[in-house]
Structures are given as C-alpha cells and as structure tokens.
Design a protein around this ligand. Structure first.
Ligand SMILES: NC(=O)c1ccc[n+]([C@@H]2O[C@H](COP(=O)([O-])OP(=O)(O)OC[C@H]3O[C@@H](n4cnc5c(N)ncnc54)[C@H](OP(=O)(O)O)[C@@H]3O)[C@@H](O)[C@H]2O)c1
Length: 280
C-alpha cells in the first residue's frame, strides 16, 4: 500500500451506510447511501460524496458492495470493455474464488463464454467454483508450476485471460493464449508483499506472433458504467440465474482481521464487514 496513507486516519474503503441524521434536504434520514469513507462506524458526508442506492426487489443489501459494487463493476468492465468477450470464447481467470474472480466467472457464463477455467488456493474453493459459480475446471496453484497446471487445464488454449494475480500465472497464460487473445490485467496480488522479487519471464515474442493484446485498467475510470451494470445484472439476480458470492464477517472490531484474511485467501467471494450496531 505505497503512498497516500496517513497514520491515525481511517483507511479508505467502499461502504454502504444509512443516514441517521441530516442537515440537508438532499439526504433524508433512513436513506441508504454508498460512500468511500471507509473503516469507521459513522461518517459525515456531503451529498456530492455519496451515491444514493436504488433498491431492487429481492436483491440483498450486501450485493451493492459485491456483485453490484466496485467488485462486480471491475469484472463487468474487464469482460465487456477490455476483453470484449465474444460468445463461445474460452477464458482463464486467476484468483477465481475471490470477489472479482467469482463475479467474472458468473458474468462470463451469462455472456455466453465457452470453457471457463480458474485458479485458486484450496480444494474447497475449487469445488465452490465448479459446483456453484459455473467454472468448468479449476486448479489449485499450489499443486505445481503454473505452466504445467494451466497447460493441463486448457490443452486447446484460451482466448481471454482475466488476471488478478500476475507473476507466474501471467507468464504461463501468455503461453496458452490463442491468436488474437486478450490479457486483461486487473491486479497483481502475488506481488503486493514482495514488489522487489524477480518476476518470471514473459515470452514477448508470443505477444507479437499471436497478435495478443494486454490491457490494464482501473475501475475508477469506468464509473459511468454503473447503471449499465445494474441493467445487466439485476434481472439475473432477481430471476436467480445470478448470485453474489460473499464472505460476511460480523463486527466492526474484526475489520483488520477480515482485510488480512482476504489477502491470505481466507475469503470466498467478496469480503464484507457488517457493523452489528447498524443493522436494522
Ligand atoms: N483494476 C481495478 O480497478 C481493481 C479493482 C478491484 C480489485 N482489483 C484487484 O483485483 C484483485 C482481486 O481483488 P478482490 O478484491 O476481488 O480480492 P479477492 O480476490 O477477493 O482476494 C484476494 C485473493 O487473492 C488470492 N491470493 C492471495 N495471495 C495470492 C498469491 N500470492 N498468489 C495467488 N493468489 C493469491 C487469495 O485467494 P486464493 O485462495 O486463490 O489464494 C485471496 O482470496 C486484486 O489484485 C485487487 O487488487 C483491481
């Protein structure tokens, strides 16, 4: 977490809150709002700092932080704007059991993806992905080298790689991408704690010879697609074809453990901390 972090100030983070007192007619008491004031039980916000949450019948409140929030939007942008996924195309997704990875898998299925392969850190998460999320095959990246495991999982190659991890899995994916393949760079979690560690070599000739495209993005540059995400995802949530994957931890006092647990792979889907005192 380099730069920009101040000691003795709450960490930034996406939050759903309820207005408990208001000094402006633009925010009514009781209203549900999305804001980024982060790790605190109460926040003072101005109307321009919040987004009013639309309420959709049958959609749980936590979904506004998971599949309908920044996490879902990241997956949606990755597939529709960066990969420009076409029906029948085969995908590989790293950190497939996380917030972005589960949303990517579920959206890819709805968008008509072909074979869907993921990587994760445990057999239990792999089972969740194949039984619930819609992945065809999932490997545990601890079981061997990424090149071997991925080679076996996708013997005929892939069209799209959605990468949350970087490092070895990224280098391996370049090797199995087909001609005109796309590499969507979302995150580099394998390097967050070891930014100076040597990186596996990517075969740059492959990028030329297979006409690959690698593109990274920040979801904050795509906020205008929030409404489009609602229009795409909400009907599927309401019909039951789509479900949010979440690890919900009760108690604001557990927020640090929840964050560290997410980095260590203790979560399945989006990690959400619920402040018991605010529940209604
Ligand atoms: N570009 C953007 O705008 C944007 C927006 C949101 C998130 N992100 C990035 O997207 C990625 C996923 O974020 P998320 O919020 O959805 O988190 P997440 O996937 O829910 O949680 C992180 C997961 O990464 C896996 N992991 C941890 N260390 C690893 C390692 N060394 N190698 C491989 N996997 C490892 C763990 O699962 P396992 O059990 O599989 O190890 C863990 O559950 C992160 O890199 C994040 O920074 C980017």
């Amino acid at each position: 977490m380099p730069g920009g972090f101040v000691l003795d100030a709450p960490l930034e983070g996406r939050t759903v809150g309820r207005v408990i007192a208001s000094r402006t007619p633009r925010l009514a008491e009781g209203e549900l709002v999305f804001h980024r004031q982060g790790w605190r039980t109460h926040a003072v916000v101005a109307p321009e700092e919040i987004r009013r949450l639309p309420r959709f019948d049958g959609v749980p409140l936590t979904a506004y932080l998971s599949i309908l929030g920044g996490t879902g939007l990241t997956a949606y942008v990755g597939l529709t704007r960066i990969a420009r996924l076409r029906e029948g195309e085969d995908l590989f997704v790293s950190a497939a059991a996380g917030g972005v990875g589960t949303a990517t898998g579920r959206f890819a299925r709805l968008l008509g993806a072909g074979r869907l392969v993921g990587s994760t850190g445990s057999a239990a998460k792999a089972a969740h992905l194949t039984h619930e999320v819609g992945y065809d095959a999932v490997f545990d990246y601890h079981d061997g080298t990424a090149a071997d495991l991925l080679g076996k999982a996708v013997p005929d190659g892939i069209d799209v790689f959605v990468d949350n991890v970087g490092g070895e899995q990224l280098a391996a994916a370049v090797g199995v991408l087909r001609q005109f393949g796309r590499l969507v760079r979302i995150g580099t979690i394998s390097q967050y704690n070891t930014p100076d560690a040597p990186q596996p070599r990517i075969n740059h000739a492959d990028i030329v010879e297979k006409s690959l495209r690698m593109e990274g993005f920040l979801v904050s540059n795509y906020r205008e697609l929030q409404q489009e995400l609602y229009e795409f995802a909400v009907p599927h949530l309401q019909s039951g074809r789509l479900a949010p994957d979440e690890t919900v931890i009760d108690g604001f006092e557990n927020i640090v453990g929840a964050f560290l647990g997410m980095l260590r792979g203790q979560n399945t889907g989006k990690t959400i901390v619920r402040d018991r005192t605010q529940q209604k």
